[in-house]
Design a binder for this molecule. Sequence first.
Ligand code: AMP
Length: 283
Amino acid sequence: MILIKKAQILQNWVKDQRNNSTKIGFVPTMGALHKGHISLIEASKKMNTYTVCSVFVNPTQFNDPTDFDKYPVTIENDIQLLEAAGCDILFLPSVNEMYPNGFSQNQKYNLGNIESILEGKFRAGHYQGVCMIVHRLLDIVQPDNLYLGQKDLQQCIVISKLIDTLGLNEKIKVTICPTLREIDGLAMSSRNMRLTKEERKLAPSIYAALLFIKNNMEEKQPPELKKISSKMLKDKGFKVDYLEIADFSNLSSINNWKESKKAVVLVAAYNNEIRLIDNLLLS
Ligand code: AMP
């Protein structure tokens, strides 16, 4: 694996590899890698000549400075995992490299309603920050295929919209990969590293609340199921930001199963200080 820290060097490398049949797969991450991230590398390796992974904790997508300061950094381990997975390039830029002109946003991305619901409602400016960094990364890497995790479903929709608005949808194909879970159902996440033993024991309750909805769809409609499963989480001590049943394509909320052919339940909840998110396809 080649480690590259400078955008210009990566751009030159990409240019040198390009010919008619070269395919470049790209996996953007914030590091503290786990098997979920590695599953995206594996998906990319199957379909591309080269796989590029970026590790960059993007300051502009954190609405909470403490969350940014405490975001886990495990770069030695990340390098080992990526080497073992057969990743070709690790892009590990500095903040200066990614934001040479500072953080002020000279382009506001028009994302429509998707940026103000669910995560967007509780994390002001988050998706504008995501778009700033993904736009910059796409400019540098110029991938043919982009691999994202369903774990961050709303982010997948936002990035697909970004690619649309940049006129890149003919050039870049987005693949959404399934969420990898621990044996007890907890969705793998870099933030899980910050859970105490006690919090870790409670954390699978989030998946249990989602499964409860999936298992009771035939008996009950969304409003009642949302109420019951939110209460299940609150009773365990979670602070629930949202627990919503929505249409998979645009994440607009549904009140009756008939309103959507493909429904999904999405949740964000605090386990003490650690905010966890998850979602589960229902149909
Ligand atoms: P992050 O480092 O959290 O920004 O995540 C980088 C990419 O990995 C995103 O596309 C995530 O959706 C994806 N990802 C995170 N957790 C998982 C997981 N448990 N399973 C599959 N993909 C994941």
